[in-house]
Design a protein around this ligand. Structure first.
Ligand SMILES: Nc1ncnc2c1ncn2[C@@H]1O[C@H](COP(=O)(O)OP(=O)(O)OP(=O)(O)O)[C@@H](O)[C@H]1O
Ligand SMILES: [Mg+2]
Length: 643
């Protein structure tokens, strides 16, 4: 007997807002499907991600072995947008396993539209199989009618129990491979209920996520006595007498964790086993701002998902206008401040303990011996300690250059002069000391030289790539992605680079009429402060024409519009500027005028040749400055030796 089609009433704006625009990366999307599996009392979820590049035919599946849905469950629950499951069913826990229900807003399923155009559901309950598809383009076509009939499809025969969700037309990752490791990490951090202890396995391409993968504590640093830098909380009330309690921990990691590893600094908040607040710092502004780069943590605060809904529609952030959440924020801010202080104090002592064993420091003390004036010795010692404490370092090895630098300082007559002038009170004020040395610019010059050496090599490589006209196209793109500073020293690569670049690639495929020589290599999106810079990289020997100028303008207009309308907080930017990186510009009145006009609206044309000249110049300055200082020091030492 044919089953009647499934009817869904919808508002396209809602779906766009809640699905398409809200999610730009895979972990939060898959998380919603995993949450649904948990709520369906599934013991296991199997996620299958293509290991190869995503093509038009690629599929991504999430299969759970939970309760599944009957025909009427689909009609009366699944397809009702905005249905509050906990309220409708009058239960905060699941029927079978009494799990705390995660679902609340009746919209999680649309997250998949953030990455895919089509979602297929196949589900089995009580021996009955239901299967249907939701296609975003189809929904958009029926937007005005505000309802759609989704045909009931025959069972595929691949689902015996539970629910299988298949994502197709995965436009977000087209022509790219999905970073599976990053997805594992992302999911691991988003749930605290994965693993045998919770009767809930999450398996990606055959490999279950292990509790170890969740264990961020493994990243934590240890103090001089071998104890972890960790602050733990066990049912602490955020404000007395409220019953609003948090548990969990905050700790300091061994090193500043790079985003690229999929581990984000900051403290996340969990409720009902799921992340409800992305890692953050409770808006703390501490005197030890650098400490924040080391803090990680995970706190559980069930009350944020209690009677009152304290979770934002973006699902990865709490709202701060409820009384309970405000109390939490206030509490967290104080804790983060306290921890930053405690940690940097503790760490300073630990570093000093480590320093005492450093052969270079021992050498420093010996050399200092030759200064008879104990005042000078003390000055030098204070300085070295201060320098080390204010440079959060990773190990003894990286302290060596600093110790060497202090030794160098002592060679300068000016140091002796300075030391003499300082009163005892000022001696303790090491900030002032370091400030004085900084004025000499030696600290910077030395640091610069280290950086410069690396940079010069990089620049030489860029020169070669340009000379070869970067025949191997991805090489130049990869290169610029790795070293965005060659384009502009203020630029840094952002985690969302891919999202923006992909948006542009999708929206503006290369016109096949463009001659090979003038083709685009790729886009690169970088951040400068809170601004986004869109760079179109052309071939090193390309010649930008009127069309190319109009195009970069169009890209920037598009991104400006997108950035203005996006609801994804990760994609918010204040301003968008553009760069066209090309070999040359055609020499016409129009092109010259257009270039000027574009410049007025913050869109710039930059030739490879200018780029090279500019970086070379910047770095040449570094080098010559250091050279001067070295010479100054030598000439100072020569007469001294003659004495
Ligand atoms: N894998 C699944 N197995 C069984 N039932 C499911 C599954 N996925 C969804 N459902 C049903 O469909 C409903 C709607 O799912 P959806 O994710 O949109 O909202 P929700 O989970 O209730 O709330 P939230 O918006 O917070 O995710 C769920 O409440 C549940 O009844
Ligand atoms: Mg859900």
């Amino acid at each position: 007997m044919a089953v009647a089609p499934f009817k869904m009433q919808f508002d396209i704006g809602t779906i766009k807002h809640l699905g398409v625009q809200m999610y730009s990366t895979l972990p939060p999307v898959i998380s919603e499907l995993v949450s649904n599996a948990w709520d369906a009392d599934a013991p296991r979820v199997e996620i299958v991600i293509p290991a190869q590049q995503i093509t038009d035919g690629s599929e991504l599946t999430v299969t759970d072995f939970g309760d599944g849905m009957s025909d009427s469950d689909i009609r009366n629950a699944y397809l009702i947008i905005g249905r509050d499951r906990r309220k409708e069913e009058g239960s905060e826990v699941t029927l079978g396993k009494h799990r705390p229900v995660i679902g609340r807003k009746g919209i999680g399923k649309f997250s998949a539209f953030g990455v895919a155009n089509e979602i297929e559901i196949e589900t089995v309950k009580g021996g009955q199989t239901s299967r249907f598809k939701m296609n975003y383009d189809e929904l958009a076509k029926s937007a005005e009618r505000r309802e759609i009939y989704l045909p009931s499809l025959d069972p595929s025969g691949t689902v015996a129990k539970g629910t299988k969700v298949t994502l197709r037309e995965i436009r977000k990752f087209r022509n790219r491979a999905i970073a599976i490791q990053a997805l594992r990490r992302g999911l691991a951090r988003r749930f605290s209920i994965i693993g045998a202890a919770y009767d809930f396995d999450v398996v990606i391409n055959g490999q279950p996520i292990t509790p170890q993968e969740r264990d961020l504590k493994l990243l934590l640093d240890v103090d001089a006595s071998g104890k972890r830098y960790i602050w733990e909380y066990d049912d602490i009330e955020v404000a007395p007498g409220t019953g609003w309690k948090v548990s969990g921990w905050i700790g300091a990691s061994r090193r500043t964790v790079p985003l690229a590893e999929g581990i984000q600094q900051g403290i996340s908040i969990m409720a009902r086993g799921k992340l409800v607040q992305e890692p953050f710092f409770f808006q703390a502004t501490t005197g030890q701002q650098y400490a924040l780069a080391y803090l990680v943590g995970e706190l559980t605060a069930e009350f944020v998902d209690g009677a009152e809904d304290g979770i934002g529609t973006t699902r990865n952030q709490l709202v701060w206008d409820t009384e309970a959440n405000t109390a939490l924020l206030e509490w967290g801010r104080k804790e983060v401040n306290k921890i930053s202080r405690d940690w940097s104090e503790k760490r300073k002592l630990d570093n000093e303990a480590e320093l005492a064993q450093n052969p270079l420091y021992v050498k420093f003390l010996q050399e200092a011996e030759r200064f008879e004036d104990s005042h000078i010795k003390k000055t030098a010692d204070n300085l070295i300690k201060k320098v080390i404490a204010s440079n959060p370092l990773e190990d003894a090895k990286s302290q060596e250059p600093l110790v060497q630098m202090c030794l160098d300082f002592m060679e300068f007559d000016a140091f002796t002069e300075l030391a003499k002038q300082l009163t005892d009170a000022e001696l303790g004020n090491t900030d002032k000391l370091v400030g004085l040395f900084r004025e000499w610019e030696i600290v910077e010059a030395k640091e610069m030289m280290r950086v410069t050496r690396g940079r010069i090599t990089t620049i030489e490589k860029l020169q070669r790539l340009i000379d070869d006209n970067a025949l191997e196209v991805p090489t130049l793109h990869q290169f610029l992605k790795e070293f965005p500073w060659v384009l502009d020293p203020r630029w840094t690569l952002i985690a969302d680079e891919i999202t923006y670049s992909q948006l542009l690639r999708d929206k503006f495929p290369e016109d096949s009429a463009v001659p090979e020589e003038d083709r685009r290599i790729d886009f690169l999106c970088v951040k400068e402060g809170n601004n986004l810079v869109v760079v179109e990289i052309k071939r090193p020997k390309s010649k930008a024409s009127r069309k190319a100028l109009e195009q970069i303008e169009e890209y920037v207009i598009f991104v400006r519009d997108y950035a203005k309308n996006t609801t994804d907080p990760e994609l918010l930017v204040d301003e968008v500027t553009g760069y066209l990186l090309c070999g040359d510009l055609v020499d016409t009145t129009f092109a010259r005028g257009k270039r000027q006009n574009l410049q007025d609206s913050k869109i710039y044309v930059r030739r490879y040749a200018d780029l090279l000249a500019m970086v070379k110049k910047n770095h040449a300055e570094f080098l010559s400055r250091y050279d001067q200082l070295r010479k100054a020091k030598q000439s100072q030492n020569t007469p001294a030796a003659g004495n």
